[in-house]
Ligand binder design. Structure first.
Ligand code: NAD
Length: 469
């Protein structure tokens, strides 16, 4: 994956071409990284005077995670397996992905060779968040390196342990001349963003996305923004409430609700709500026991700041399930809120915690209007025994991704692009889409040096005869 031959003819070459975007980008990895302090052994030769941010060696109690920050099962499926799949897929398919793509030709180019060449942008900056700190760092890293770029990876400073692992472990396995891990928070990222990168891939919240895009605009740097938002979950009257409750509760509480594609709120009729609430209670008790705080399967909130924010949201509407919280343990119980108004804070911001508000609608049309009045979400879910209902929600709304009758299973398919639309983001990745995202698609036409007599027909002076051709 480190080698990027120059297309079909040079596919068998083993050496990385030492000129062009690759070696320029390598130089720029070195130029840009000394600006901030980092602990990656590969780059420890950076001048000591350049870094102003010194990592705090004493643990911050507010950020020290309790042992159950994320359950072992969740970490395995959402962090490790998914990253391994991306790596294996790229290794298996890279040669095919790199091939020049032949395209159809017109009459004037019949004798020529027309194709799209995927070439690296050069130096890519990847900024990742804390909620799936491994997967959301390695996923884009795999795509960017596979496409032949050099990479500066800036993991989230909030998920301190993974940040440390990435900085220490990655240099042992990857070619250190083509990537660097830079550590730091908003201030250091700001300084990093002053540099000219050839591509910026950002995952995080929409407010920071605007900062990143503004910085990128100064250099006309293209961006992919993987952002968040509120993901609606429509539950039709025609469905089995317990099946829906199992699926919604599982995906709402996965990683303690700190998932960008988690169902954020339910839209259903009052009649369905009356059946759904006991079904949700039953599912939550089955998953996490009578005392979810002692369950090894329920994660914790990442920080004191997010805990306080979520505790504030518990006062919206009326709590019908859960509602408990424990600041010392950064614990928020799986909670369901009813009698929620559209204007309540819990309906204004992305929840990012195990809290599920239910908003009542009288009809499918009203639910669709509700969804369409708001920003386009990253994901949208519709539950119904009627495929017509699911298809109508799909046809009359827009979102980054869509899953009928389940939670965020669509993102487990590397054959589907993953990304937002509108305020939930721009661009996409996963599998081959990652390779394409991090590749410039160069339009190439190779013509013959001869045949000048035929080509001469286009040159002036134009006569009625050559205008007719
Ligand atoms: P965040 O935007 O606070 O941080 C993301 C990255 O940006 C981090 O590396 C951070 O150091 C940096 N950063 C933070 N503030 C900055 C600033 N002012 N200037 C420059 N850089 C800054 O996001 P987060 O809190 O780590 O993650 C949660 C958010 O990410 C949620 O909104 C969630 O929906 C979203 N998210 C989206 C996806 C997706 O694939 N679409 C996946 C995971 C999370």
């Amino acid at each position: 994956a480190k080698q990027r031959p120059e297309g079909r003819e040079s596919e068998e070459k083993e050496e990385r071409v030492p000129t062009g975007p690759w070696h320029q980008a390598e130089d720029r990895v070195r130029q840009s990284t000394p600006l901030v302090s980092f602990r990656a052994p590969a780059l420890s030769r950076a001048p000591a005077t350049c870094g102003s941010w010194v990592p705090d060696p004493s643990p911050d109690p507010a950020l020290s995670p309790p042992p159950t920050l994320q359950s072992a099962f969740e970490a395995e499926v959402s962090e490790i397996s998914i990253s391994q799949n991306e790596i294996n897929l790229a290794l298996r398919n890279l040669r095919a992905w790199m091939k020049d793509e032949k395209v159809s030709k017109n009459l004037a180019t019949q004798l020529d060779s027309a194709f799209i060449r995927k070439e690296p942008f050069g130096l890519v900056l990847i900024l990742s968040p804390w909620n799936y700190p491994l997967n959301l760092s390695l996923g884009p890293l795999v795509g960017a390196l596979a496409a032949g770029n050099c990479v500066v990876l800036k993991p989230s400073e909030i998920s301190k342990n993974t940040e440390k692992v990435l900085a220490e472990v990655l240099p042992r396995y990857l070619d250190q001349s083509c990537f660097a891990v830079v550590l730091g928070g908003p201030q250091e990222t700001g300084r990093l963003l002053e540099h000219k990168f050839d591509y910026i891939f950002f995952t995080g919240n929409p407010q920071v996305g605007k900062i990143v895009m503004t910085a990128a605009a100064k250099h006309l740097t293209p961006v992919t923004l993987e952002l968040g938002g509120k993901n609606p979950c429509y539950v039709d009257d025609n469905c089995d409430p317990q099946t829906v409750a199992n699926r919604v509760a599982f995906f709402r509480c996965f990683n303690a609700g700190q998932t960008c594609v988690a169902p954020d709120y339910v839209l259903c009729s009052p009649e369905m709500q009356a059946q759904l609430v006991p079904a949700l209670q039953s599912a939550i008790t089955r998953f996490y026991g009578d005392d979810p705080q002692s369950s090894p399967n329920l994660g914790r909130i990442i920080s004191q700041k997010h805990f306080q924010r979520l505790r504030g949201l518990l006062s919206c509407g009326r709590v019908v399930i859960g509602g408990q919280s424990d600041e010392c343990d950064l614990y928020i119980a799986p909670t369901v809120l009813v009698d929620v108004q559209e204007t309540d804070p819990v309906m204004q911001e992305e929840i990012f915690g195990p809290i599920l508000p239910i908003v009542n609608v009288r009809s499918l049309g009203q639910a669709i209007d509700f969804i369409n009045r708001r920003e386009k979400p990253l994901a949208l879910y519709a539950f119904s025994n009627s495929s017509q209902v699911v298809k109508r929600v799909l046809a009359q709304t827009s979102s980054g991704g869509f899953c009928g009758n389940d939670g965020f299973m669509h993102l487990t398919l590397a054959s589907l692009p993953f990304g937002g639309v509108g305020s939930s983001g721009m661009g996409n990745y996963h599998g081959k889409f990652s390779f394409d995202t991090f590749s410039h698609h160069r339009a190439c036409l190779l013509r013959r040096p001869g045949l000048e007599k035929i080509y001469a027909i286009r040159y002036p002076p134009h006569t009625p005869r050559n205008l007719r051709v």
